[in-house]
Design a protein around this ligand. Structure first.
Ligand SMILES: NC(=O)c1ccc[n+]([C@@H]2O[C@H](COP(=O)([O-])OP(=O)(O)OC[C@H]3O[C@@H](n4cnc5c(N)ncnc54)[C@H](OP(=O)(O)O)[C@@H]3O)[C@@H](O)[C@H]2O)c1
Length: 330
């Protein structure tokens, strides 16, 4: 069993650089999948209350014979319905702590920079309301919530010892700047979509300058079209570097200084994804950087009734979108 190398956050804490993504895993499968991932060496588990299986992850991790809590890095994410007050944020975090059977989270993230309406049928208010005609979650455009105030509620969780690090997810440069302007505790991490079709170059550079670590989610871009792993440039690199396409993509992200959180179902893929120790040459990195295709897997702006560019920048996957020198909005 090999463990992932770690990256050092601005706090000095070490986070395993290859984590295990737990989105899109059915409740029927999640216990077995988590137990396999931990047995094979994953020590960083990326989850969210909204993924639905957090309680089963907690139960799987609590089984005898597993690694002690001190060796695990547990990340969870605040439900977008619960951004409105200190009380909501604290209660939502408490639910994840209870689910994961732990008294602290290593990292807690604001999941998206958008507030969702709560389903009135859920007394906790956690569950987002699905619009009956579209089946989409409904953004709460009347919430009046300032994301900076939610950030202050996140800071309270650190003060209370409930979480060790706080961060954000899917935040663009403008939103990060607003938080940085007032933060008593700066975001440790921004978790965003990154793969060769969505390199997020300017956002990654901005975060590097601000000592905000970037975690690449959907690092294989596997649920999008066109399929990242089918790209012919990757096949060329794969042959010359003697590694698999998934390892090419994960190693490319790692060599950019990012952590990655691939999800996989089979033990062989779990091991493959954990092993990103082979180095790509500068030429191989350049070859991947030069791939012109742009595609985002996760973009809910239409679903949430937002104008194009509101979430990520002027153009969904245009490199210039997050470049402050190209965009007055930032
Ligand atoms: N913060 C956010 O808003 C956000 C959004 C999306 C995702 N995430 C996080 O990021 C994690 C990963 O994202 P994701 O699940 O969308 O995408 P991903 O990890 O890029 O891709 C997962 C898919 O790739 C397949 N796969 C895994 N290893 C492979 C390999 N070595 N070769 C070929 N195919 C392989 C998996 O298939 P099998 O399962 O069949 O093996 C699965 O269908 C999520 O689980 C979640 O934790 C966060």
């Amino acid at each position: 069993m090999s463990l992932s190398p770690t990256i050092e956050l601005s706090s000095g804490a070490h986070m395993p650089a290859v984590g295990f993504g737990t989105g899109h895993i059915s409740r029927a499968d999640i216990t077995e999948v988590i137990q396999a991932a931990v047995r094979l060496g994953y020590r960083h588990i990326d989850g969210a209350l909204s993924y639905g299986g957090e309680d089963l992850i907690g139960a799987a991790l609590a089984q005898p014979g597993g690694p002690p809590r001190s060796e695990l890095w547990l990340t969870s994410k605040l439900m977008q319905t619960q951004y409105r007050s200190d009380e909501q944020v604290a209660a939502c975090c408490q639910k994840s702590l209870q689910n994961l059977q732990t008294d602290y989270l290593d990292l807690y993230l604001m999941h998206w920079p958008v507030v969702l309406q709560s389903d009135p049928k859920d007394p906790t208010g956690h569950t987002p309301y699905r619009h009956p005609s579209t089946g989409y979650f409904a953004a709460d455009h009347q919430s009046g919530v300032d994301l900076v105030d939610t950030w202050r509620s996140m800071e309270e969780l650190v003060m209370a010892g409930k979480v060790r690090h706080i961060g954000v997810s899917n935040f663009n440069i403008r939103q990060l700047k607003a938080i940085l302007a007032v933060a008593r505790i700066r975001p440790a991490v921004n978790q965003v979509e990154v793969h060769p079709y969505c390199p997020n170059k300017w956002l990654v550079e901005f975060c590097r300058d601000q000592r905000i670590h970037v975690t690449a989610y959907s690092p294989l871009g596997a649920h999008g079209q066109p399929r990242v792993l089918d790209n012919p440039t990757l096949s060329e690199v794969e042959v010359s570097a003697d590694i698999t396409p998934a390892q090419v993509v994960l190693t490319w992200a790692r060599q950019r200084g990012l952590s990655v959180i691939p999800k996989a179902s089979s033990p062989s893929r779990m091991v493959e994804n954990l092993n990103t120790s082979r180095k790509l040459t500068p030429d191989q990195m350049d070859q991947i950087n030069a791939i012109p295709t742009r595609m985002r897997v996760y973009d809910y702006h239409e679903e949430w009734g937002l104008a194009p560019g509101t979430l990520f920048g002027d153009s969904d996957v245009d490199e210039s979108a997050d470049d402050p020198s190209h965009n007055d909005n930032h």
